[in-house]
Write a protein of this length. Structure first.
Length: 315
């Protein structure tokens, strides 16, 4: 075996490294060729015979994004709708997810089973189906009309799914804590529920906070499904924009960049929180010794007895 063997397999030799290098170069050339083909097809090159070319890279396709009206009438209102639905769903998901997570951990059996059935059911249902269900429930049962109806459908659908995910995060976080935490709370006279709320839950939420923040990215992306129920989010606003100016591909590219920027900001926030949580308390500085290593103090020599031997005692 090779001296540079890894855990799972031996390190590749010279021939294997050369073969991998050739495979990487060939793969890169294939990807580059696909990108060139895509660019040419979007440019409608070569020009078709008997039909006007539809060049998606033409300047007139991109000029609308330099006009303030494009942003004030389409993109910014759509971005506001996306952020509003996402923030509302996040707050509601954190609240109900916390309740469901506690319900799955309490000692009352029927509460634990009911919360478990709720979580498992709504985790298995697609988010779009829950949005459609909430939309028609709000229309026929709650008599909601106007712009509030699609907003209600989007928020309820996102909340039902993501609250179940957060509940599972909390449950796994509590179960991963050392058992001594719960035993210590019970030993000082706290009830099981009080131990869960005051000792276990704060530690679990702190440990799972980066995962919860990462779930914000999922909520933000899933809010684009609201366009299926006529919610004016960023995707639907972009669809209106592309219909007005006939620039579908440039509009989708701009929307993708906007989604990437917002999601990248949330991802950086999650990474920052995770790094902050990984930093432990500052260690106590060791006393300065001037480069000398102190030796352990020797035990004093204690005589076995302070009395003289028996033969020296005065009789």
């Amino acid at each position: 075996m090779s001296a540079e063997a890894s855990v799972l397999f031996d390190a590749p030799g010279p021939k294997a490294r050369a073969r991998y290098r050739l495979i990487a170069i060939a793969g890169g050339l294939v990807v580059a060729a696909l990108l060139v083909w895509l660019v040419l097809r979007l440019a409608d090159f070569p020009a078709p015979v008997g039909r006007t070319p539809n060049n998606q890279w033409a300047p007139e396709k991109w000029l609308p994004f330099l006009q303030p009206q494009t942003w004030t009438s389409y993109l910014l209102p759509g971005l506001w709708g996306t952020l509003l639905a996402a923030v509302t769903a996040v707050v509601a998901s954190l609240f109900f997810g916390l309740l469901l997570g506690i319900g799955r951990l309490v000692q009352i059996r029927w509460v634990r089973w009911a919360c478990g059935a709720f979580v498992e059911f709504f985790r298995a249902v697609p988010v779009l189906m829950m949005m459609l269900f909430a939309y028609y429930a709000g229309l026929f049962l709650l008599k909601i009309t106007g712009a509030a109806l699609p907003f209600f459908g989007v928020v309820v659908g996102l909340t039902l799914y993501n609250s179940c995910v957060i509940a599972e995060l909390i449950r796994s976080g509590v179960n991963n804590l050392p058992h001594g935490q719960r035993e210590a709370g019970l030993a000082i006279g706290l009830t099981p529920l009080r131990t869960l709320v005051t000792i276990l839950l704060p530690q679990a939420v702190t440990a799972m906070l980066p995962s919860m923040v990462s779930q914000l990215v999922v909520i933000l992306k899933d809010s684009a499904l609201g366009s299926m129920i006529s919610y004016l989010d960023l995707l639907r606003s972009g669809t209106y924009l592309s219909t007005a100016y006939g620039n579908l591909i440039p509009t989708m590219i701009v929307l993708a960049i906007m989604y990437i920027l917002v999601n990248s900001a949330l991802t950086r926030l999650a990474g920052w929180i995770q790094n902050r949580l990984r930093r432990g308390p500052r260690a106590v500085a060791a006393p300065a010794t001037g480069g000398m290593v102190p030796s352990v103090a020797s035990e004093p020599v204690v005589p076995a007895s302070i009395m003289p031997p028996p033969e020296q005692r005065e009789r």
